[in-house]
Each structure stands twice: as C-alpha cells, then as structure tokens.
Design a protein around this ligand. Structure first.
Ligand code: DGL
Length: 282
C-alpha cells in the first residue's frame, strides 16, 4: 500500500516537520512539548544529508521534493526545521510553487521566528550567528534581522565540520573540541561586542555542552527549538482556519529517506526519546 492512500484513508492531516537529517528533531521535540495535541509527521532526508555545502538549486530541488511528499500525505502545514532549507528553498517554494500546488497549504521556516526575537537578547547590539556554509552564504540572517532590528550588528560564522561530526556521533569526542573552539574563535574574533550567539542550525544543540565549555563568560547561547515552537503556537492561534484543518490525536510518525534502523539508532539523541521510523523513496 502506498503511504499516500494510507493517510488519505485515515483522513489524517498532521503538521509536517522536515530536516535534511536528524537536526529537525531538536525542533520537533520542543514543538511537541508546547503543542502535544496535534499530529506530526517528521521526514529526515538522511540519504542526501548534509545539505549545508550543497548548491542553492540542489537544496531547493531536494526540499521541494520533500514538501511535495508531505502534501501527498495530507499535510496542510509544513515546517522546514532546517536553516539551510529555510535559507535556500523557502522563498521559492512559498512564492513560486505553493501558488501552483495549493494556495491553502503553508510552508514555514525557522529563520523568520529566530530573527524576530534574537535581537531582544542582546545588550551590546552585536549578535553572532553560527550556521552551515549554505545558511551563512545566503545572508538570510543579516537581511532578515535588519528588518526587525536595524541597529543590531550581525556577525556570521560557517561551521562546516559541525554537522558531519554530529551526524557521525562524534559530538562528544575530543576530536570535536578542535572544531568547536576554532569556529567560536573565528566568530568572536569578528567583534569583541558579541554578547549573544544563535545556534542557527538545528543540529547544533547536540554540541551545546562543548560550545559552553569554550564560550567566554557573559555571552548567551540561544537554540532555536523553543523559539520556533512558541512562534508556531502563536501562528496557529492567529490562524484558526489552519489549526482547525490539522488533525489532533497527538500522534507522531517518523520517516527517513535512508535506513530506518540507522535513523532509529541515532534519533533519540536528538529527540530525547526512542523513535520508530519507516523508510521512503523519493
Ligand atoms: N539541520 C540543518 C540546518 O538547520 C543543517 C544540516 C545539513 O547541513 O544538512 O541548517
């Protein structure tokens, strides 16, 4: 049986949560904590992860394929819980694809909710952004932050080794120390005024203990999970038409484009609980 017909028969309309791999699970964990009543469908495109170093066109094409899959499963709302996909694919999907696919469906990202609020954390007016090369090169953070906090200076640092370290289970190893210190030094070397750092990649919360170890006192470290969850709660409050279309039985389902066994073995580190996933081909 195709998954599409399975969900259709159940008249299930979960919220889709997407990431290139496991990182989005750190966001889903916070979303479920705040909004446990809804149904959720998680998809990790593990077979093609990491997205961080991939071209704009490739990230857009992969993300669109995943979004279309969510729509086939009955999702009305999809959250790109991936900064790289939010930076490189979201605008095109919202402006070019959604009008052709279905004007009632929505795809939201993680950059807007983060940039709306992160400026409030800084007293010095200098915020640091740590992200993948794709996120940093897209300049999405400085551009969006300027809309909400025109007086805040934004400094960015790409951390291309962090996702591979995390995906390979090396986030707690001594080997990770070198790259944590290196990228932090490079970011903080850009301005002595930085007092707030955003982890602008949904994988990075796994490195939080190591990052704190090398972080000078007085600098706040902010992860996105809670911010995105609060923003989604607000969005659903403000869009009753959408919240009523989402099924509410508190179910959670996990899918991966790579091995389900591998996914299940790694996912609990990100999600905080055991998960049982199924494999899909895209
Ligand atoms: N978790 C993704 C993000 O938030 C990045 C992982 C990747 O490079 O695929 O940007």
């Amino acid at each position: 049986m195709r998954w599409g017909s399975y969900f259709c028969a159940m008249k299930n309309s979960p919220i889709g949560v997407f990431d290139s791999g496991y990182g989005g699970l750190t966001v889903l964990k916070e979303i479920v904590k705040q909004l446990p009543e809804y149904d959720y469908l998680y998809l990790g495109d593990n077979a093609r992860a990491p997205y961080g170093q991939r071209s704009f066109d490739t990230v857009y094409q992969y993300t669109l394929e995943c979004v279309e899959w969510f729509f086939q499963q009955g999702c009305e709302l999809v959250i790109l819980a991936c900064n790289t996909a939010s930076a490189k694919a979201l605008r095109n999907i919202q402006q070019k694809d959604l009008p052709k696919i279905d004007t009632h469906k929505r795809v939201l990202g993680v950059i807007r909710p983060s940039t709306e609020i992160i400026g409030n954390y800084s007293h010095t007016g200098a915020v640091g952004i740590l992200g993948t090369a794709g996120t940093v090169l897209s300049n999405s953070y400085p551009i969006e932050m300027h809309q909400f906090f025109p007086d805040i200076a934004v400094f960015q640092q790409a951390c291309p080794m962090w996702v591979p370290l995390i995906e390979n289970g090396e986030f707690d190893s001594e080997g990770a120390d070198y790259f944590v210190q290196k990228y932090l030094d490079e970011l903080l070397g850009q301005s002595p005024k930085i007092d707030t750092i955003l982890l602008a990649c949904t994988h990075y919360p796994l490195l939080i203990n190591k990052i704190k170890q090398y972080l000078p006192a007085g600098i706040s470290l902010v992860s996105q999970g809670e911010i995105v969850a609060k923003s989604l709660a607000q969005y659903l409050d403000n869009h009753q038409d959408m919240s009523k279309r989402i099924s509410q039985t508190g179910s959670l389902q996990f899918f991966t484009t790579d091995s389900a066994t591998d996914f299940d073995n790694h996912a609990s580190l990100f999600f905080g609980k055991e998960v049982k996933s199924a494999h899909i081909f895209l």
